[in-house]
Design a protein around this ligand. Structure first.
Ligand code: NAD
Ligand code: GLY
Length: 369
Protein backbone atom coordinates (compact mmCIF):
# COMPACT_ATOMS: atom_id res chain seq x y z
CA UNK A 1 0.00 0.00 0.00
CA UNK A 2 1.32 3.52 -0.76
CA UNK A 3 1.54 5.82 2.22
CA UNK A 4 -0.74 8.87 2.27
CA UNK A 5 1.88 11.59 2.03
CA UNK A 6 0.53 15.13 1.84
CA UNK A 7 3.74 17.03 1.60
CA UNK A 8 7.48 16.54 1.61
CA UNK A 9 10.16 19.17 1.92
CA UNK A 10 13.90 19.01 2.28
CA UNK A 11 16.14 20.54 4.84
CA UNK A 12 19.20 21.40 2.77
CA UNK A 13 22.39 20.70 4.69
CA UNK A 14 24.68 19.18 2.08
CA UNK A 15 25.47 15.58 2.95
CA UNK A 16 23.33 15.92 6.10
CA UNK A 17 20.20 16.93 4.11
CA UNK A 18 17.01 15.07 4.92
CA UNK A 19 13.30 15.06 4.14
CA UNK A 20 10.46 16.23 6.37
CA UNK A 21 7.37 14.25 5.42
CA UNK A 22 3.94 15.46 6.49
CA UNK A 23 0.78 13.41 6.14
CA UNK A 24 -1.95 11.30 7.71
CA UNK A 25 -1.31 7.74 8.84
CA UNK A 26 2.39 7.86 7.98
CA UNK A 27 3.76 6.00 10.98
CA UNK A 28 1.89 2.77 10.33
CA UNK A 29 3.01 2.50 6.66
CA UNK A 30 6.14 0.52 5.89
CA UNK A 31 6.71 2.75 2.80
CA UNK A 32 7.34 5.73 5.05
CA UNK A 33 10.58 4.10 6.17
CA UNK A 34 11.94 2.99 2.79
CA UNK A 35 15.43 4.20 1.95
CA UNK A 36 16.70 4.66 5.51
CA UNK A 37 20.13 3.30 6.43
CA UNK A 38 20.10 -0.49 6.52
CA UNK A 39 20.64 -2.18 9.88
CA UNK A 40 19.79 -5.42 11.57
CA UNK A 41 18.04 -3.69 14.45
CA UNK A 42 15.99 -0.62 15.30
CA UNK A 43 15.14 0.81 18.71
CA UNK A 44 11.96 2.80 19.19
CA UNK A 45 12.24 5.22 22.11
CA UNK A 46 8.90 6.44 23.38
CA UNK A 47 7.22 7.21 26.70
CA UNK A 48 4.49 5.78 28.89
CA UNK A 49 1.79 7.99 27.32
CA UNK A 50 2.67 7.72 23.63
CA UNK A 51 3.83 4.09 23.44
CA UNK A 52 0.39 2.59 24.25
CA UNK A 53 -1.14 4.74 21.49
CA UNK A 54 1.33 4.36 18.61
CA UNK A 55 4.26 2.02 19.33
CA UNK A 56 2.57 -1.12 18.05
CA UNK A 57 1.69 0.50 14.70
CA UNK A 58 5.23 1.83 14.30
CA UNK A 59 6.76 -1.49 15.31
CA UNK A 60 4.61 -3.27 12.68
CA UNK A 61 5.79 -0.91 9.93
CA UNK A 62 9.45 -1.11 10.99
CA UNK A 63 9.42 -4.93 11.05
CA UNK A 64 9.22 -4.75 7.25
CA UNK A 65 12.70 -3.20 7.29
CA UNK A 66 14.56 -4.44 10.38
CA UNK A 67 15.10 -7.96 11.76
CA UNK A 68 14.72 -6.77 15.36
CA UNK A 69 12.60 -3.84 16.49
CA UNK A 70 13.09 -3.09 20.18
CA UNK A 71 10.90 -0.73 22.19
CA UNK A 72 12.01 1.34 25.17
CA UNK A 73 9.33 3.15 27.19
CA UNK A 74 10.61 6.11 29.21
CA UNK A 75 8.78 7.90 32.01
CA UNK A 76 6.76 10.83 30.65
CA UNK A 77 7.52 14.48 31.31
CA UNK A 78 9.96 17.38 31.08
CA UNK A 79 11.11 16.55 34.61
CA UNK A 80 12.60 13.33 33.18
CA UNK A 81 14.65 15.08 30.49
CA UNK A 82 17.80 14.36 32.47
CA UNK A 83 20.94 12.21 32.66
CA UNK A 84 19.22 9.41 34.53
CA UNK A 85 16.55 8.94 31.87
CA UNK A 86 19.03 9.41 29.03
CA UNK A 87 21.05 6.59 30.51
CA UNK A 88 18.06 4.25 30.15
CA UNK A 89 18.46 4.59 26.37
CA UNK A 90 22.14 3.57 26.55
CA UNK A 91 21.17 0.68 28.87
CA UNK A 92 18.62 -0.58 26.34
CA UNK A 93 21.06 -0.28 23.43
CA UNK A 94 23.81 -2.14 25.25
CA UNK A 95 21.58 -4.79 26.83
CA UNK A 96 20.16 -5.63 23.39
CA UNK A 97 23.63 -5.79 21.83
CA UNK A 98 22.88 -2.92 19.45
CA UNK A 99 25.75 -2.09 17.09
CA UNK A 100 26.77 1.20 15.50
CA UNK A 101 24.34 0.73 12.59
CA UNK A 102 21.27 0.45 14.81
CA UNK A 103 18.66 3.06 13.90
CA UNK A 104 16.88 4.91 16.71
CA UNK A 105 13.29 6.10 16.25
CA UNK A 106 12.06 8.89 18.52
CA UNK A 107 8.31 8.38 18.92
CA UNK A 108 6.86 11.19 21.01
CA UNK A 109 7.04 14.90 21.70
CA UNK A 110 10.03 17.18 22.04
CA UNK A 111 11.25 15.57 25.26
CA UNK A 112 11.55 12.10 23.70
CA UNK A 113 12.91 13.62 20.47
CA UNK A 114 15.60 15.72 22.15
CA UNK A 115 16.75 12.84 24.38
CA UNK A 116 16.71 10.20 21.65
CA UNK A 117 18.64 12.52 19.34
CA UNK A 118 21.27 13.11 22.00
CA UNK A 119 21.55 9.37 22.67
CA UNK A 120 21.94 8.79 18.90
CA UNK A 121 24.63 11.49 18.73
CA UNK A 122 26.69 9.83 21.42
CA UNK A 123 26.02 6.06 21.32
CA UNK A 124 29.15 4.50 19.80
CA UNK A 125 30.01 8.10 18.73
CA UNK A 126 26.91 8.36 16.57
CA UNK A 127 24.16 6.14 15.15
CA UNK A 128 21.38 7.16 12.72
CA UNK A 129 18.04 8.34 14.09
CA UNK A 130 14.60 9.25 12.79
CA UNK A 131 12.17 11.71 14.33
CA UNK A 132 8.52 10.60 14.52
CA UNK A 133 7.09 13.63 16.35
CA UNK A 134 3.63 13.21 17.89
CA UNK A 135 3.01 16.66 19.39
CA UNK A 136 2.27 19.83 17.45
CA UNK A 137 5.28 21.48 19.06
CA UNK A 138 7.57 18.67 17.97
CA UNK A 139 6.16 18.62 14.42
CA UNK A 140 6.61 22.36 13.88
CA UNK A 141 9.86 22.85 15.73
CA UNK A 142 11.79 20.43 17.91
CA UNK A 143 12.03 17.46 15.50
CA UNK A 144 13.51 19.67 12.76
CA UNK A 145 17.02 21.10 12.78
CA UNK A 146 19.08 18.71 14.90
CA UNK A 147 19.14 20.35 18.31
CA UNK A 148 19.28 17.52 20.84
CA UNK A 149 19.94 17.40 24.56
CA UNK A 150 18.77 17.32 28.14
CA UNK A 151 18.16 19.80 30.95
CA UNK A 152 20.50 20.57 33.85
CA UNK A 153 19.03 21.65 37.19
CA UNK A 154 20.76 25.01 36.61
CA UNK A 155 19.55 25.55 33.06
CA UNK A 156 17.29 24.36 30.30
CA UNK A 157 18.76 22.26 27.44
CA UNK A 158 22.25 23.02 28.75
CA UNK A 159 23.80 19.68 27.76
CA UNK A 160 23.43 18.44 24.20
CA UNK A 161 24.66 18.26 20.63
CA UNK A 162 23.74 19.36 17.13
CA UNK A 163 22.93 16.08 15.42
CA UNK A 164 20.63 15.82 12.42
CA UNK A 165 18.08 13.03 11.99
CA UNK A 166 17.87 10.95 8.81
CA UNK A 167 14.22 11.85 8.33
CA UNK A 168 11.33 13.60 10.08
CA UNK A 169 7.93 11.97 9.76
CA UNK A 170 5.03 14.16 10.90
CA UNK A 171 1.93 12.00 11.14
CA UNK A 172 -0.89 14.53 11.53
CA UNK A 173 -3.29 11.88 12.86
CA UNK A 174 -1.33 11.67 16.11
CA UNK A 175 -2.36 15.26 16.93
CA UNK A 176 -5.94 14.12 17.47
CA UNK A 177 -5.06 12.38 20.75
CA UNK A 178 -3.12 15.33 22.20
CA UNK A 179 -4.57 17.07 25.26
CA UNK A 180 -5.95 20.54 24.40
CA UNK A 181 -3.28 22.21 26.53
CA UNK A 182 -0.58 20.60 24.36
CA UNK A 183 -2.22 21.88 21.15
CA UNK A 184 -2.04 25.38 22.61
CA UNK A 185 1.59 24.86 23.61
CA UNK A 186 2.41 23.81 20.03
CA UNK A 187 0.58 26.85 18.66
CA UNK A 188 3.04 29.07 20.55
CA UNK A 189 5.85 27.80 18.30
CA UNK A 190 3.63 28.14 15.20
CA UNK A 191 2.79 31.76 16.07
CA UNK A 192 6.50 32.45 16.65
CA UNK A 193 7.28 32.08 12.93
CA UNK A 194 4.99 35.02 12.01
CA UNK A 195 6.62 37.95 13.82
CA UNK A 196 10.17 36.71 13.16
CA UNK A 197 9.84 35.80 9.48
CA UNK A 198 6.48 35.91 7.74
CA UNK A 199 3.69 38.37 8.52
CA UNK A 200 1.46 36.79 5.85
CA UNK A 201 1.65 33.58 7.90
CA UNK A 202 0.71 35.56 11.01
CA UNK A 203 -2.34 36.90 9.14
CA UNK A 204 -3.25 33.32 8.18
CA UNK A 205 -2.87 32.06 11.77
CA UNK A 206 -5.09 34.88 13.05
CA UNK A 207 -7.74 34.00 10.47
CA UNK A 208 -7.62 30.28 11.34
CA UNK A 209 -6.92 30.28 15.08
CA UNK A 210 -10.35 28.76 15.88
CA UNK A 211 -9.80 25.88 13.44
CA UNK A 212 -6.29 25.34 14.76
CA UNK A 213 -7.44 25.18 18.38
CA UNK A 214 -10.20 22.78 17.26
CA UNK A 215 -7.45 20.77 15.48
CA UNK A 216 -9.01 20.89 12.01
CA UNK A 217 -6.75 18.62 9.97
CA UNK A 218 -6.45 20.97 6.97
CA UNK A 219 -5.53 23.91 9.16
CA UNK A 220 -3.00 21.80 11.07
CA UNK A 221 -1.49 20.48 7.82
CA UNK A 222 -0.89 24.03 6.58
CA UNK A 223 0.48 25.20 9.94
CA UNK A 224 2.92 22.27 10.15
CA UNK A 225 4.02 22.69 6.55
CA UNK A 226 4.62 26.46 6.64
CA UNK A 227 6.34 26.25 10.04
CA UNK A 228 8.67 23.52 8.79
CA UNK A 229 9.39 25.49 5.61
CA UNK A 230 10.44 28.55 7.60
CA UNK A 231 12.47 26.52 10.06
CA UNK A 232 14.15 24.59 7.21
CA UNK A 233 15.13 27.86 5.50
CA UNK A 234 16.66 29.26 8.69
CA UNK A 235 18.49 26.06 9.69
CA UNK A 236 19.81 25.53 6.15
CA UNK A 237 21.52 28.93 6.40
CA UNK A 238 22.81 28.59 9.96
CA UNK A 239 22.82 25.00 11.19
CA UNK A 240 24.80 25.57 14.40
CA UNK A 241 23.34 28.92 15.43
CA UNK A 242 26.28 31.13 14.56
CA UNK A 243 23.81 33.99 14.15
CA UNK A 244 20.53 33.85 12.19
CA UNK A 245 19.16 30.67 13.81
CA UNK A 246 18.90 32.48 17.15
CA UNK A 247 15.76 34.23 15.85
CA UNK A 248 13.96 30.90 16.34
CA UNK A 249 14.38 31.55 20.05
CA UNK A 250 11.96 34.49 20.07
CA UNK A 251 10.22 34.34 23.46
CA UNK A 252 12.56 31.63 24.72
CA UNK A 253 14.84 33.75 26.94
CA UNK A 254 11.94 34.85 29.14
CA UNK A 255 10.30 31.44 28.61
CA UNK A 256 13.31 29.46 29.81
CA UNK A 257 13.43 31.62 32.94
CA UNK A 258 9.79 30.78 33.61
CA UNK A 259 10.39 27.06 33.13
CA UNK A 260 13.52 26.95 35.26
CA UNK A 261 12.08 29.28 37.89
CA UNK A 262 8.89 27.28 38.37
CA UNK A 263 10.60 23.89 38.03
CA UNK A 264 10.51 21.99 34.74
CA UNK A 265 7.09 20.61 33.90
CA UNK A 266 4.96 23.09 35.86
CA UNK A 267 4.24 25.32 32.88
CA UNK A 268 4.58 23.55 29.52
CA UNK A 269 7.51 24.68 27.36
CA UNK A 270 5.12 26.15 24.77
CA UNK A 271 3.15 28.01 27.46
CA UNK A 272 6.36 29.57 28.74
CA UNK A 273 7.38 30.49 25.18
CA UNK A 274 3.94 32.01 24.47
CA UNK A 275 4.15 34.22 27.55
CA UNK A 276 7.84 34.87 26.80
CA UNK A 277 6.88 36.21 23.35
CA UNK A 278 4.54 38.72 24.99
CA UNK A 279 7.40 39.83 27.25
CA UNK A 280 9.88 40.00 24.36
CA UNK A 281 7.38 41.99 22.29
CA UNK A 282 6.92 44.39 25.20
CA UNK A 283 10.69 44.78 25.44
CA UNK A 284 10.83 45.42 21.68
CA UNK A 285 8.27 48.18 22.15
CA UNK A 286 10.14 49.61 25.14
CA UNK A 287 13.22 49.84 22.90
CA UNK A 288 11.27 51.64 20.18
CA UNK A 289 11.39 48.76 17.66
CA UNK A 290 7.65 48.08 17.29
CA UNK A 291 4.51 49.97 18.19
CA UNK A 292 1.88 49.19 20.80
CA UNK A 293 -0.62 48.00 18.19
CA UNK A 294 1.79 45.23 17.16
CA UNK A 295 2.28 44.11 20.77
CA UNK A 296 -1.47 44.12 21.39
CA UNK A 297 -2.12 42.12 18.22
CA UNK A 298 0.44 39.46 19.15
CA UNK A 299 -0.81 39.32 22.75
CA UNK A 300 -4.41 38.83 21.57
CA UNK A 301 -3.41 35.99 19.26
CA UNK A 302 -1.37 34.24 21.96
CA UNK A 303 -4.36 34.50 24.30
CA UNK A 304 -6.71 33.20 21.58
CA UNK A 305 -4.44 30.16 21.21
CA UNK A 306 -5.22 29.33 24.84
CA UNK A 307 -1.83 30.43 26.18
CA UNK A 308 -1.01 32.49 29.27
CA UNK A 309 -0.10 36.11 28.51
CA UNK A 310 0.95 37.11 32.03
CA UNK A 311 4.15 35.77 33.55
CA UNK A 312 4.27 33.96 36.89
CA UNK A 313 5.86 35.56 39.94
CA UNK A 314 9.08 33.63 40.54
CA UNK A 315 10.16 35.52 43.66
CA UNK A 316 7.94 37.43 46.06
CA UNK A 317 10.75 39.80 47.11
CA UNK A 318 12.65 40.52 43.88
CA UNK A 319 10.76 38.97 40.99
CA UNK A 320 12.54 40.87 38.21
CA UNK A 321 15.91 40.07 39.81
CA UNK A 322 15.05 36.37 39.80
CA UNK A 323 14.10 36.49 36.10
CA UNK A 324 17.35 38.31 35.32
CA UNK A 325 19.44 35.76 37.24
CA UNK A 326 17.76 32.88 35.41
CA UNK A 327 18.11 34.56 32.03
CA UNK A 328 21.85 35.00 32.53
CA UNK A 329 22.15 31.19 32.26
CA UNK A 330 20.56 31.32 28.78
CA UNK A 331 22.77 29.88 26.01
CA UNK A 332 22.57 33.16 24.10
CA UNK A 333 24.10 35.07 27.03
CA UNK A 334 27.65 36.27 26.41
CA UNK A 335 29.92 36.90 29.43
CA UNK A 336 26.81 37.24 31.62
CA UNK A 337 25.13 39.76 29.28
CA UNK A 338 21.68 38.62 28.26
CA UNK A 339 20.97 38.73 24.51
CA UNK A 340 17.29 38.99 23.61
CA UNK A 341 15.58 38.09 20.36
CA UNK A 342 13.48 41.16 19.66
CA UNK A 343 11.10 42.13 16.89
CA UNK A 344 12.70 44.77 14.75
CA UNK A 345 9.62 45.68 12.73
CA UNK A 346 6.86 43.21 11.80
CA UNK A 347 8.25 40.00 10.26
CA UNK A 348 11.85 40.76 11.21
CA UNK A 349 13.86 39.76 14.27
CA UNK A 350 17.18 40.91 15.71
CA UNK A 351 19.42 40.08 18.67
CA UNK A 352 20.09 42.81 21.21
CA UNK A 353 21.24 43.39 24.74
CA UNK A 354 19.01 45.59 26.92
CA UNK A 355 19.45 47.78 30.00
CA UNK A 356 18.54 45.87 33.17
CA UNK A 357 16.23 48.71 34.20
CA UNK A 358 14.23 48.38 30.98
CA UNK A 359 13.98 44.60 31.35
CA UNK A 360 12.92 44.98 34.98
CA UNK A 361 10.15 47.38 33.97
CA UNK A 362 8.88 44.92 31.33
CA UNK A 363 8.91 42.04 33.82
CA UNK A 364 7.05 44.13 36.42
CA UNK A 365 4.45 45.08 33.80
CA UNK A 366 4.03 41.52 32.46
CA UNK A 367 3.88 39.47 35.65
CA UNK A 368 0.76 38.56 37.57
CA UNK A 369 0.54 40.42 40.89
P1 NAD B 1 6.49 16.60 25.53
O1 NAD B 1 7.45 15.83 24.75
O2 NAD B 1 6.60 16.58 27.01
O3 NAD B 1 5.03 16.14 25.12
C1 NAD B 1 3.93 16.74 25.73
C2 NAD B 1 2.97 15.72 26.35
O4 NAD B 1 2.17 15.15 25.33
C3 NAD B 1 3.66 14.56 27.04
O5 NAD B 1 2.93 14.20 28.18
C4 NAD B 1 3.58 13.47 26.00
O6 NAD B 1 3.67 12.18 26.54
C5 NAD B 1 2.23 13.72 25.41
N1 NAD B 1 2.04 13.26 24.05
C6 NAD B 1 2.93 13.30 23.03
N2 NAD B 1 2.34 12.94 21.90
C7 NAD B 1 1.06 12.63 22.20
C8 NAD B 1 -0.05 12.21 21.43
N3 NAD B 1 0.00 12.11 20.10
N4 NAD B 1 -1.22 11.98 22.06
C9 NAD B 1 -1.31 12.16 23.41
N5 NAD B 1 -0.31 12.58 24.19
C10 NAD B 1 0.86 12.83 23.58
O7 NAD B 1 6.52 18.15 25.12
P2 NAD B 1 6.64 18.91 23.72
O8 NAD B 1 5.84 20.14 23.89
O9 NAD B 1 6.38 18.02 22.58
O10 NAD B 1 8.18 19.27 23.66
C11 NAD B 1 8.78 20.13 24.61
C12 NAD B 1 10.24 19.85 24.64
O11 NAD B 1 10.81 20.14 23.37
C13 NAD B 1 11.01 20.71 25.64
O12 NAD B 1 11.89 19.89 26.35
C14 NAD B 1 11.76 21.69 24.77
O13 NAD B 1 12.97 22.10 25.36
C15 NAD B 1 11.99 20.88 23.54
N6 NAD B 1 12.20 21.69 22.34
C16 NAD B 1 13.26 21.38 21.58
C17 NAD B 1 13.48 22.07 20.41
C18 NAD B 1 14.61 21.67 19.51
O14 NAD B 1 14.90 22.41 18.55
N7 NAD B 1 15.23 20.55 19.73
C19 NAD B 1 12.60 23.10 20.02
C20 NAD B 1 11.51 23.38 20.83
C21 NAD B 1 11.32 22.66 22.00
N1 GLY C 1 13.90 25.80 18.53
C1 GLY C 1 14.95 26.67 18.16
C2 GLY C 1 15.92 26.05 17.22
O1 GLY C 1 15.74 24.95 16.78
O2 GLY C 1 16.91 26.65 16.90
Amino acid sequence: MTSPLLHSLTIALGERSYPIQIGSGLLSHADSFAGLPTASAALIVSNSTVAPLYAQALQGALRQHYGQVYLLVLPDGEAHKDWQTLNLIFDALLQNGCDRKTVLFALGGGVVGDMTGFAAASYMRGVPFVQVPTTLLAQVDSSVGGKTGINHPLGKNMVGAFYQPQRVLCDLDTLQTLPAREISAGLAEVIKYGPIADMAFLDWIEAHITELVARDVHALAHAVRRSCEIKAQVVSQDEREGGLRAILNFGHTFGHAIEAGLGYGDWLHGEAVGCGMVMAAQLSQAMGLVDQAFVQRLTRLIGAAGLPVRGPVLDAVDNAGRYLDLMRVDKKAEAGTIRFVLIDGPGRACMRGAEDALVRAVIDRCCAA
